[in-house]
Design a protein. Structure first.
Length: 280
């Protein structure tokens, strides 16, 4: 990938309202244009308190089955689907005003954000994106699950979703930069039927109880699928959203095997360390 890629922001403000994916609480967010080199920043208002939280790995915490950002005692939950939509449109700079504890959940996919950004329009700015090329294999994980980064000419992500030992089905999918991002944007969040009891006890998924996909041990879903590999596509969607927390454009390939937000964040932390050390 030798062509220079330029920074982008939205052309006009756009406002979204809805219920948080996990909390079910009402939330409002407005996506605004922002200047070059400002990155993606959330201005969050909760209970008369306000702070600005950059979408950077330094502020990332593991939320309940999601990625959250935290600063000065304020936590903003489930940011990954919006950040993935920004990746899909190439948005590098925007300020997002949020009133609430979580971003809107929509139907559990990133479509609500992808379509909102389309309505806002894009402006190409006058500075190129900073790019970090991966020059050697990087691995995080254990014997059960793993996430690998490796050199590649452009962004490509391969994901293997294996439900064993509790289930018997397997899903695999690949996505390359230049492929139709809508395939990922429309992929809804999901759970396995043996997880539902714990999800209900934890009070999670309150905003999308009717929309979320639930798979049984044979890989059958409670709703018709938008894509035969929708579950694995959603995992790549989550990964690209978490990758945005690096704050740089990454040039390289990735392979996820039963990985999730925890390993995504660990990978971004390692990449950040290599950026600071000038390695690749």
């Amino acid at each position: 990938m030798n062509e220079e890629v330029w920074q982008r922001t939205v052309a006009t403000p756009v406002t979204l309202e809805g219920r948080g994916l996990h909390t079910g609480e009402r939330v409002s967010m407005t996506i605004l244009p922002s200047g070059e080199d400002t990155g993606i920043v959330f201005r969050v208002v909760q209970n008369s308190r306000e702070t600005r939280i950059p979408a950077r790995i330094e502020y990332a915490v593991l939320g309940p089955r999601s990625t959250a950002l935290a600063k000065e005692g304020i936590v903003l939950q489930t940011v990954e689907h919006f950040l993935a939509a920004c990746w899909g449109w190439g948005i590098t700079n925007t300020e997002v005003w949020v009133e609430g504890v979580e971003l809107p959940g929509g139907d559990g996919s990133a479509l609500i954000f992808f379509e909102a950004l389309a309505r806002a329009g894009m402006v190409t700015q006058n500075k190129p994106c900073l790019t970090f090329p991966i020059r050697h294999v990087i691995r995080v994980g254990d014997t059960e699950r793993g996430l690998f980064a490796f050199p590649a000419d452009n962004v490509q992500v391969f994901y293997l979703l294996d439900a064993t030992p509790r289930g018997t089905f397997f899903r695999g999918v690949q996505f390359r930069e230049g492929d139709d991002f809508v395939r990922l944007a429309q992929a809804r969040t999901f759970a396995f039927e043996w997880e539902i009891s714990d999800i209900l006890k934890g009070g999670l998924g309150l905003g999308i109880r009717d929309e979320a996909l639930v798979f049984d041990r044979w890989g059958q879903s409670n709703h018709p699928l938008r894509d035969p590999q929708e579950a694995a596509c959603h995992k790549i969607l989550d990964f690209l959203g978490d990758l945005m927390l690096l704050g740089l454009r990454v040039q390289g390939g990735f392979l996820g095997i039963r990985s999730g937000h925890k390993l995504n964040q660990q990978m971004v932390e390692l990449l950040q360390r290599e950026v600071k050390n000038g390695q690749g």
